[in-house]
Design a protein around this ligand. Structure first.
Ligand SMILES: Nc1nc2c(ncn2[C@@H]2O[C@H](COP(=O)(O)OP(=O)(O)OP(=O)(O)O)[C@@H](O)[C@H]2O)c(=O)[nH]1
Length: 410
């Protein structure tokens, strides 16, 4: 009789980041068998527009020692052994989708920086590496993709260019693995590097639960699966603690309402009716991968990603909600992501900046400036801890560009 497979939730989130078209989605498919860009618009345009999750088991062959995500070793045919279950987060590479990438980056425990060998280091390669640095991500593996398009000398040249590019950054010691995602070449070596350089973070199981919301939807909309997730559904990644069916949860900053012509936000509490992790219904969910939470909320509140950027946790145990922020600011020397790297001018009073805090994004009007600090009035309040990192972007030409980061001050 066939053994019933035990379900395991992914335990670590590994980002796929890098310049547009360098092969993030193709590599995710090569590793997991899953195409993450199944949204109709993306298929039409051929670019990733939303964050996609694809889970897989990393397995090792006891006979030949090579890694794969298959129960049977593709190299020698032996039965492979389970190492761990991981969730790949495919981030968009297009420069216009940088804030989406930043929301995804806040959920990544580590990342594969994909660089196509025919193009080399491009503006969004820089921007994504900077984004990883800004959100505090230090576990990086570099995949030098599309190597079959270039000759051996070019691969060596790219290797040296990348070594130069990562000098002094968080990726300084990242391994550089030449691969072809399209032909599945060397993906076993890439998996071995992921196992070595992107560990599962140590988590304190006694911490209260905290989930960052990336999307939300209305299950009553035709075609929105699955039927068992009832009511308003919110999706995101748990960053600490665990959630259980039946738990009472609080969602902050909550839902907008109007008072004396001003938009205010009200935290809401509800109950978890169903939970999905890794595409399965579960009773409990933990950090790692995309978690879907079916709640008793009116689906009107959750439709069309209305809840994205919120934080979910135990009532009374969530971080504070900020309408005004004081940030200890660190500006970059140069604007990254543009073709020519412009100098970052100091922040000015009354300018409007785009802020990413976890999966939340908001605009902040600069109301005060200190020596290394800036005070901002937020358009949408954010739920965050003192000390949390905030990515700061400024409008340069027609695009928002990363100009630095800050830490939330008391
Ligand atoms: N020759 C070759 N082409 C590849 C390889 N990997 C990906 N491609 C092609 O490169 C193009 C872009 O690949 P994607 O995987 O969509 O790139 P992406 O980085 O996910 O793009 P965005 O998510 O939109 O930023 C597609 O036409 C792929 O078939 C490779 O190893 N070799």
């Amino acid at each position: 009789m066939a053994k019933k497979k035990e379900f395991r939730q992914a335990e670590v989130n590994i980002g796929m980041v890098g310049h547009v078209d360098h092969g993030k989605t193709t590599l995710t498919k090569a590793l997991t068998g899953i195409w993450t860009d199944t949204h109709s618009e993306e298929l039409r345009r051929g670019i990733t527009i939303k964050i996609g999750f694809a889970d897989a088991e990393i397995r090792k062959c006891p006979k030949c020692g090579r890694y794969s995500t298959s129960p049977i070793c593709p190299y020698c045919g032996a039965e492979t052994e389970f190492e761990r279950r991981v969730s790949f987060i495919d981030a968009p590479g297009h420069e216009a989708l940088m804030t989406t990438m930043l929301a995804g980056a806040s959920l990544m425990d580590g990342a594969v920086l994909v660089i196509a060998a025919n193009e080399g280091v491009m503006p969004q390669t820089r921007e994504h590496l900077m984004a990883l640095q800004i959100v505090g991500n230090k576990n990086i593996v570099i995949a030098l993709n599309k190597i079959e398009l270039v000759d051996r000398e070019k691969v060596l040249q790219r290797y040296n260019e990348i070594k130069e590019f990562v000098k002094g950054t968080v990726a300084e010691n990242a391994p550089i693995i030449p691969i072809s995602a399209l032909h599945g070449a060397n993906v076993d070596v890439l998996l071995a590097a992921i196992e070595e350089f992107i560990p599962t973070p140590k988590r304190d199981p006694n911490k209260p639960p905290k989930m960052l919301v990336l999307r939300s939807f209305d299950v009553n909309k035709p075609g929105t699966p699955p039927e068992k997730l009832v009511g308003g559904v919110i999706g995101g990644s748990i960053v600490q603690g665990k959630l259980k069916v039946g738990d009472e949860i609080e969602i902050r900053p909550g839902v907008p309402y109007e008072e004396h012509g001003r938009i205010k936000y009200e935290p809401i509490t509800t109950e978890i009716v169903s939970l999905q992790a890794g595409g399965r219904f579960v009773e409990e969910a933990y950090p790692g991968g995309l978690v879907g939470v079916g709640t008793k909320l009116d689906p009107f509140l959750t439709k069309g990603d209305l809840m994205a950027g919120n934080v979910v946790g135990k009532p009374g145990k969530l971080p504070p909600v900020w309408e005004d922020l004081t940030l200890e600011v660190h500006l970059l020397e140069r604007v990254v992501g543009t073709a020519e790297e412009l100098k970052v001018e100091p922040i000015k009073r009354k300018e409007v900046l785009l802020l990413n805090v976890g999966t939340a994004r908001t605009m902040g009007l600069v109301t005060g400036l200190g020596k290394d600090t800036v005070e901002l009035k937020l358009q949408i309040p954010v739920c965050a801890e003192v000390g949390d990192r905030v990515a700061i972007s400024r409008q340069v030409g027609s695009r928002w560009r990363l100009i630095g980061y800050g830490f939330i001050r008391e």
